[in-house]
Ligand binder design. Structure first.
Ligand code: NAD
Length: 489
């Protein structure tokens, strides 16, 4: 068994299926590196189809008995799991911070949001209730049950190591399905530890299974004949691929994709209360959030009002190892990601943006994949910085004269994950929320992340599928509706 919590030697991570840890059947290993120190933390196997088959077969075998277990009994395992997550809260947050680079506070928030989903799934007996009606015909009654479907696949991105898998796992198994989960190969340690806790929770073998790996496993999951549905979160091109491939193979799919989030700042926005929120929205998690508000649109005099206070606050962001006290922003995930962001900064300069704060060297770190906060003014809607998801600590400022012009920028963009408005006018806020196409909207809120009892997911090119993560959609996605019509003679 992999015990990351004990000892410091470099481990090769294992997969988990049939209620036991097993080495992957491959010699193909990837290094897992602490992005703040470049220290080697572990090696993750790029599992093969044989490994995926083992996991799916275990999940398939576990399904009939798990499905028959009363929902209230299934919930008891989730209560135990929740208690274990609480008991090991700090340890998991540290693992998350170590492998991802985000600060400890951000890691705690990441895990807390994941545990919130376990909390909600503990209420499965009431959430799974169906519908019924007497006398749909004379002496004929009708009952609609929710029934689980079988084995589901969950595929996660790197940016929220505990939270995103936990958006899906609790609802999936609480409804009576079994699951095979693939964490991001860039941050596999958090899920390794969480699966140790699932093992400790005593779930029947095969209910939850873990396969480490990369795109081959993703493709295999989309095509596997025993997998009934796929929950995916990641970039839009991969989300589209997963949606199309899994649908072609007859599966249910919910595929949450990338983002380009505009934040509209009106002249009547509250200056004192908004500056910190705006800065955190962009630079929190070093900008590696699908809800990052990295593109500010100032309407009219809002620009002059906010310019100096924002500049001052951004310059004071403390960059460093996320595990250190007082650090506000950690590194980005990898050298490849840093190089990509550096390329986008260069594009911003080449296309005529005014670089007000240059984070390329201002981070003060000798090792690690660090970038300092970077700020561009005079960005126009056609520029790359207003079009592409940067997924790094880069803020872009656009200026318009009216709210209508700001809305036109939002409408023209192919993505629609989230957007926010900062204003003191209820009418303006209502108008904005009504008209804006993204499906997660903030009013004086920088990161409009729906809580676990609401649905999480975007619109347009940010979401492939119609049922979103957690909330009522989580139950809907993982269940079929079975209608029984009865007449007794
Ligand atoms: P990614 O698309 O590179 O990877 C996501 C998953 O897909 C990983 O498990 C990875 O192994 C796999 N994968 C990568 N390339 C693949 C390919 N070519 N074929 C098949 N599978 C592949 O995303 P990432 O870099 O890990 O995460 C960042 C992205 O995720 C950003 O675009 C961000 O906006 C998005 N995201 C969206 C949400 C949301 O709620 N919409 C939430 C978090 C992250």
């Amino acid at each position: 068994m992999t015990t990351l919590s004990k000892g410091t030697q470099i481990k090769t991570l294992s997969n988990y299926h049939g209620g036991a840890w097993a080495p992957a059947k491959t010699a193909d290993l990837l290094d897992v590196v602490n992005p703040a120190t470049e220290e080697l933390l572990a090696r993750v196997p790029m599992s093969t189809m044989l490994d995926l088959d083992d996991a799916v077969n275990s999940a398939q075998k576990a399904f009939p008995a798990w499905r028959r277990m009363p929902p209230a009994e299934r919930a008891k395992y989730l209560f135990t799991f929740k208690n274990l997550l609480e008991k090991h809260f700090e340890e998991i947050a540290r693992i998350c911070s170590m492998e991802h680079g985000k600060t400890l506070a951000e890691s705690r928030g990441d895990l807390r949001r994941g545990i919130d989903c376990v909390d909600v799934a503990c209420g499965i007996p009431s959430m799974m209730l169906g519908e019924s009606l007497e006398d749909v015909g004379r002496g004929v009654d009708c009952v609609a049950y929710r029934r689980p479907l079988g084995v589901f696949a969950v595929i996660a991105p790197f940016n929220f190591p505990p939270m995103v898998p936990l958006w899906f796992l609790p609802h999936c198994i609480a409804t009576g399905n079994t699951l095979v989960l693939k964490p991001s190969e860039q941050v596999p340690l958090t899920m390794q530890r969480i699966f140790e806790l699932l093992d400790e929770a005593g779930l029947p073998p095969g209910v939850v299974n873990l396969v480490n790996g990369g795109k081959e496993i993703v493709q295999g999951m989309c095509e596997h004949p025993l997998i009934q549905g796929v929950s995916f979160v990641g970039s839009s091109p991969v989300a589209k691929f997963v949606y199309e491939t899994a649908a072609k193979h007859g599966k249910r799919v919910q595929a949450l994709g990338g983002a380009k989030n505009f934040v509209v700042v009106m002249p009547d926005a509250d200056l004192d209360k908004s500056v910190d929120v705006l800065v955190e929205s962009c630079f929190g998690c070093a900008g590696q959030r699908c809800l990052a508000g990295a593109t500010l649109i100032f309407v009219g005099p809002a620009y002059e009002k906010f310019r100096a206070p924002l500049l001052d606050r951004i310059k004071r962001i403390k960059v460093g190892n996320g595990q250190d006290q007082g650090v506000e922003m950690g590194p980005v995930i990898s050298q490849a990601s840093k190089d990509r962001i550096l390329g986008l900064i260069q594009r911003g300069i080449d296309e005529g943006g005014e670089l007000l704060i240059d984070g390329r060297k201002s981070h003060g770190q000798s090792k690690g994949f660090f970038l300092g906060p970077t700020l561009f003014d005079k960005v126009t809607p056609d520029m790359t910085l207003a079009q592409e998801e940067v997924f790094g600590p880069v803020m872009a400022w656009l200026r318009v004269e009216t709210l209508d012009e700001a809305m036109a920028i939002l409408e023209a963009h192919p993505f629609g994950n989230t957007t926010s408005i900062f204003t003191s006018s209820g009418k303006t806020a209502r108008d904005f929320a009504y008209r804006a196409e993204p499906s997660m909207i903030g009013v004086n809120v920088g990161v409009a992340a729906p809580m676990s009892y609401f649905n999480f997911g975007g619109a347009k090119g940010s979401m492939f599928g119609d049922l979103k993560a957690h909330g009522k959609h989580g139950i809907e996605f993982y269940t079929d509706r079975k209608v029984v019509i009865s007449r007794w003679f």
